[in-house]
Design a protein around this ligand. Sequence first.
Ligand SMILES: NC(=O)C1=CN([C@@H]2O[C@H](COP(=O)(O)OP(=O)(O)OC[C@H]3O[C@@H](n4cnc5c(N)ncnc54)[C@H](O)[C@@H]3O)[C@@H](O)[C@H]2O)[C@@H](O)CC1
Ligand SMILES: [K+]
Length: 490
Amino acid sequence: MDGAWSAAAVRRAESQLMAQLPPGTLMQRAAAGLATECARILMQQRRKRGTAGVYGSTVIVLAGPGDNGGDALFAAARLARRGARVFAVPVMGDRVHPVAAAALTRAGGRLVATPPRHCDLLLDGVLGIGGRPGLPGRAIDQLAAIDADTIVAVDVPSGVDVDTGAVPGSAVTADVTVAFGSRKPCHVLGRAALLVGRLVLVDIGLAPYLDPHPAVRVADDGDLAAWWHEPGPDDDKYTRGVVGVAAGSERYPGAAVLATSGALAGPSGYVRYAGTAAEHVRRRHPEVVCTQEVKEAGRVQAWLAGPGFGTDEAALAELRHVLESPAPVVLDADALTLIGEYPSVLSQREAPVVLTPHDREYERLYGSPPAEDRGAAAAVLAKRLNCTVLLKGHHTVVASSDGEVWANPTGRPQLATAGSGDVLAGFMASLLASGMGGAKAAVAASYLHGLAGGIAGAGHRTVTASDVARALPLAVGATLTAAETPSKRS
Ligand SMILES: NC(=O)C1=CN([C@@H]2O[C@H](COP(=O)(O)OP(=O)(O)OC[C@H]3O[C@@H](n4cnc5c(N)ncnc54)[C@H](O)[C@@H]3O)[C@@H](O)[C@H]2O)[C@@H](O)CC1
Ligand SMILES: [K+]
């Protein structure tokens, strides 16, 4: 498991580490890593576009008053020593890190009020973990005036809310963010995560000092492999878990077909379908055992209810039957609307429930739209309803009822396609049926669903929900294989 740590947690770890080191060492580690990445980018640009490489390139630094500006200026000094033409623009009056500014000047860089209009690389050293959301006016003006081939954010894209990922004002949109020591929540949550571009982590020796409980957890291949239930020699289709899908209707049979394709891609050994789209499911998936109603379906180890289900009396009755079962359930789509209208149907439940709202469904459940702090938004709903909440978005968030927050690192825009959520929900129910806990199943399903979207959409192919379902077993295979041989995907 990887994670993202709050600004305060990073500062606590940094001060412990700094106490062991000569003054300035950490900033030099950060600057060295940053300069290395900038040089790599400039060399790649040269190969792609025939530009200058490091020697002869134009680099502009937007320098704020604190250590974030200091990192940027020290890194720029290293680039200046390799022959880059460096212009640093103080963006908060004349306040810049004095020692770093002197180092840049010694290396041949210049502090200027008006830089060139074009540069090969712009370093955003305006604000780091000491920044409040929003940008100073001069930084906004410079960003508008300068045409940069690549924008590299130092530690975080300036202007974002570091601890929540909210972006209430103006902020830098980076191509690459070079983060020091650890991820911060803004790298993985909310609108800020969309401004990060490619994230590069520079090791400054912080890891041993970080709190073992990050503010936001981020799953990796190793977690997925550890949670995945591989069938053993004594397993049969029942012991691998039976998943029940109550989805679709005569009007929306596609939801039933897609939800069952998601369920079939998961680790459980048996998929039952209960609903009025049985004919369609049978035709597409002869492996699925179909009934018309939930109470005829027999025992399952997990249910999915909701996609394409309707919100009428009959749907409510079916939802009640699902919730009477002692098995864990995933509630999606129409089931969320029903829960919003009849919250009491959840009150008697002891077995785990995973809710999978998008923003409008969240509003129906909570009474107001999710806050810009999406981690906190998911967590308050999870606590209120005593459920796991998977809040969908560019960067899907999962919160457990006891306050653990996970950010999914694999989502991609191609997954915003009709029916993709039905596949996700069916797949998640299969993970629950195989014995995975509620939060883990939600985290694992969004992780693998995101990877499947990437596999299906490789080479700029358009992606349908059926493509994602077909790619899920490939995503599982790639993840379990990568966990066995970690070097293959890092
Ligand atoms: N603490 C450490 O040991 C290390 C810190 N490092 C760097 O230091 C950064 C943090 O530096 P600082 O603590 O100096 O803080 P920042 O450089 O993020 O901010 C500096 C100052 O800007 C002002 N400010 C904040 N928000 C503003 C806004 N919206 N508009 C106008 N002014 C605003 C405040 O006076 C704040 O103190 C990290 O992000 C990282 O880049 C690295 O060098 C690694 C080591
Ligand atoms: K920055």
